[in-house]
Design a binder for this molecule. Structure first.
Ligand SMILES: NC(=O)C1=CN([C@@H]2O[C@H](COP(=O)(O)OP(=O)(O)OC[C@H]3O[C@@H](n4cnc5c(N)ncnc54)[C@H](OP(=O)(O)O)[C@@H]3O)[C@@H](O)[C@H]2O)C=CC1
Ligand SMILES: O=C(CO)COP(=O)(O)O
Length: 333
């Protein structure tokens, strides 16, 4: 049913997914905004900037020119969340979505100004095409090395979910389906701030007890806000919820975790951000999620402290102290 795909966004994850879909046998086009990087990818089949260990299959057609894209069955959006709406509008204008059967978001974030999910943004720019999400504990670096990985494909239409699942199924890559797009997208966005908190704890040389406490209470917050936003509780206990939360909070690859670690070690946030081109979605998304939680009146003490550290100048150590010295409460509250 789905034979061709266009991957939009040439960071680490887009590069890994372009390779994965090509290994699966799809006819793949790959677009990134930077002409120099895409020329390097076309000529050397490697992205020295984002995923130097991966050799991009020679069949993948690489371009930085949206107008050069042929219509494809599936469009896979993998740009940072803050660039999603603008990019989807450009894709709509160039006609690359004119024959699309499904539009898949692989990005993890919530729009700051409106609280909209990525598929809501894509759907507003390119109306009338079924929407899906690919999410889960999926570090690009490990997918690039074909290390065993599981993911979730979320789509309201069960047949389309199976068609997208088939595209993301390889001997080393196992995907499951769900109809809970809302839960899958909120879960993917929410684990990032908590990965920053886990990194802070490690940067401050706090212990395994601390990390386990943070991850467990993070999951409780994810369930509270995610369900208030309309997600299903079981989604948060699956791969896109606790799976991705653990996969990121304990990860050597996670950019969010790395940002947290450097904050914990005392480096200022602006210096950390300007030291890399890679996106740590949790920095901006902490603000989006904090705003959403306040609008819904959902109690999120851990997220409040992460927001205070990232965006209100609180020191990481003060944030941790504040968290652990709150009034005693029952666990299931
Ligand atoms: N990396 C991973 O393992 C995973 C990432 N994700 C999600 O995928 C999304 C993309 O992340 P990832 O691939 O890691 O990105 P990277 O951090 O590896 O690279 C950033 C990418 O975003 C591009 N970019 C930055 N700003 C803009 C903009 N304004 N307009 C268009 N493109 C822009 C960069 O282009 P340029 O080079 O020109 O600056 C580059 O291609 C994120 O939402 C992330 O959470 C999900 C699962 C796994
Ligand atoms: O989402 C990811 C893995 O599932 C990637 O995490 P980072 O964005 O923190 O690197």
């Amino acid at each position: 049913m789905i034979q061709s795909a266009t991957v939009i966004g040439a960071g680490s994850w887009g590069t890994a997914l372009a390779a994965l879909l090509s290994w699966r046998g799809l006819d793949v086009q790959f677009w990134g905004r930077d002409a120099e990087l895409m020329a390097q990818l076309r000529d050397t089949r490697r992205s020295s900037r984002y995923l130097p260990d991966l050799e991009l299959p020679k069949q993948v057609r690489v371009t930085s020119d949206l107008a050069a894209l042929q219509p494809a069955d599936m469009l896979v959006f993998v740009v940072p969340s803050k660039a999603m709406l603008g990019t989807a509008k450009l894709v709509a204008q160039c006609g690359a979505a004119s024959r699309a059967k499904v539009l898949v978001s692989c990005s993890k974030g919530i729009e700051l100004e409106t609280g909209r999910r990525m598929t809501e943004l894509i759907g507003s720019a390119i109306p009338g095409v079924p929407l899906a999400v690919l999410t889960g504990p999926n570090h690009a670096e490990e997918v690039a090395r074909q290390m065993a990985t599981a993911a979730v494909v979320a789509c309201a239409d069960a047949e389309m979910a199976k068609a997208v699942q088939a595209c993301f199924t390889l001997p080393f890559f196992r995907s499951y389906t769900t109809d809970d797009i809302v839960g899958a997208e909120w879960a993917g966005a929410m684990k990032n701030p908590y990965a920053i908190a886990a990194g802070i704890a490690q940067g401050l040389k706090m212990g395994d007890n601390t990390l386990a406490a943070l991850v467990t209470r993070a999951l409780a917050e994810m369930v509270r806000l995610g369900v208030a936003e309309g997600g299903k509780v079981e989604t948060f206990y699956g791969l896109s919820g606790v799976g991705d939360l653990m996969g990121t909070c304990y990860s050597e690859h996670s950019r969010n975790h790395r940002v947290g670690m450097m904050l914990g070690q005392g480096r200022p946030l602006d210096e950390i951000i300007s030291s890399t081109r890679m996106v740590a979605e949790g920095v901006l998304n902490t603000a989006s999620l904090h705003r959403a939680a306040q609008a819904r009146g959902v109690r999120m003490p851990l997220l409040d402290e992460i927001n205070a550290v990232l965006h209100q100048g609180k020191s990481p150590i003060e944030g941790m102290r504040a968290l652990f010295s709150r009034d005693p409460r029952p666990e299931a509250d």
